[in-house]
Write a protein that binds this ligand. Sequence first.
Ligand code: ZN
Length: 307
Amino acid sequence: MADPQKLRERPPFPAFFALTVGLLAETSGCVSAPSPLTPHASGSVGVPHAGVQTDAVELKKGRSFLRFRPHSRNYWGRPGLVRALQEATAAVDKSIPGGKPLLIGDLSARYGGKIRGHHSHRTGRDVDLLWYVTTPSGVPQNNPGFIRIGSDGFARVQETGEFLRIDVERQWLLVRELMLSPHIRVQWMFCSRDVEAVLIEYARARGEPDQLVWHAESVLLQPGDSLPHDDHIHLRIACSQDESVRGCAGGGPYWPWLPELPRLGALDDSLLTEIATDDPLDTVMDESPNPSVTRGAVSRAQPPAEG
Ligand SMILES: [Zn+2]
């Protein structure tokens, strides 16, 4: 409860109001769109299910991936995410040549906000990745689109009745490359428990470092509040250090192995009051190279005479 005496001592509206709004916006992460009150907000702004983005980059056609909806407008994301997708799929191709391109679903709209068919995907930090698949005998195939992988690693294609198998080798490599990408911080890879089990079992059999497997086990998750994600991986990236001070927020845990985010110092009531009562004219007077500029001269400054 605020001290009534201190409340009376606070500077009058609007200085205190402006300061409070600014600080609340900065510290609570409640910003969901750039506005005159939040001129610093840019990039990925808000949380993935209630936000927007600025300065997005489009994921255009590439050699190692295909857009599931080639003409869609929803292939805009954070620059780091777009770069990570390009590099990770290229790395999979290089490691295991002869595969088919990865099919990539929606990212976000150019300026973010709600897009059809998604609750999140609003701030350029989400993307849907379809599976790498092969025939049952291991020949790489193009993914026909959102086929559901079962606990045995197989999917039945409804239209044709044929069976396809998740290409666990390439799929794990993709997960690995994304986890290790210097351009993003993986927050979640939503997928079914069955696919997670297949991937983690393969990673262990391959002798991947324990720490990497632990990180992958942590971010691979079957969400409890939506479809089981057995037909794609939904990758979500965490806010970067820069983004987190420009309005990016939430979407999941910030894992302890990620680079530390900048922290604001503690703000108590007296510090807020001190900041709010700070007189900007003092600074002008102190910094003026011209000794003739005095406090009175500044405050009573007249427009220059005509002519
Ligand atoms: Zn998604």
